[in-house]
Design a protein around this ligand. Structure first.
Ligand code: ADP
Ligand code: MG
Length: 188
């Protein structure tokens, strides 16, 4: 299926999950996440989950890593005026704003280079068996990942098992290195 068809299908599937079911799936995703080898990870980029899109609770994952890796730098994206994103270092005092589109971002903070990032959690609707991700259709992460190091570990979370193939992937689509579902870890 193509991106347009899959976006409609997976937005629907996700919003059909009850809050209780989502809590269970998030716990299972966290158990999978805890199997990853985090040695050498000093700089981790995550994102704030969009409530209205029923995204996995990324706070569980960044919270776990914060305890596992003392001194970990945690970055959040902030869209800038140029159709791209800055990577902002956060701490316990960071103030966040939520836009009218429901995107929550740090108000301010030090900007890191994409080259500093060792591991990055990327939002998605579903991924396929080659690790290609389906985003929300704006390409922000494809453009951002193109600026990251080749050895940065790209991790995606999905409540659902991968689809066979996203039929209309392009050369600008940057695949995952690790895809997590409640029952499996896929390495690409
Ligand atoms: P998503 O990754 O959010 O699912 P798409 O893969 O469909 O969205 O990409 C959306 C658009 O983003 C593309 O049609 C393309 O124009 C633009 N885009 C993505 N990556 C790049 C890039 N590296 N350079 C320039 N434009 C890009
Ligand atoms: Mg893409």
């Amino acid at each position: 299926m193509n991106k347009t068809q899959l976006r409609a299908e997976y937005k629907q599937k996700r919003s059909a999950l009850s809050p209780g079911h989502q809590l269970r799936l998030n716990d299972l995703l966290l158990l999978q996440f805890q199997q990853i080898d985090f040695s050498g990870i000093e700089c981790f980029m995550t994102y704030w989950p969009m409530q209205h899109q029923a995204e996995p609770n990324t706070h569980l994952f960044s919270g776990y890593l914060r305890h596992m890796i003392p001194g970990l730098n945690i970055l959040y994206p902030k869209v800038n005026g140029k159709d791209s994103m800055d990577a902002i270092l956060i701490n316990e005092d960071t103030v966040y704003d939520t836009s009218k589109w429901g995107i929550t971002e740090p108000r301010t903070g030090p900007v890191f280079s994409p080259q500093d990032i060792d591991m990055i959690l990327v939002p998605l609707l579903v991924f396929d068996r080659k690790g290609y991700r389906l985003g929300f259709g704006k390409g922000y992460y494809d453009r951002f990942l193109a600026q990251c190091r080749q050895d940065a570990v790209v991790v995606g979370l999905s409540y659902f098992e991968p689809v066979d193939a996203i039929s209309d992937t392009h050369e600008f689509d940057i695949p995952l290195n690790i895809g997590l579902t409640p029952d499996h870890i896929y390495e690409f």
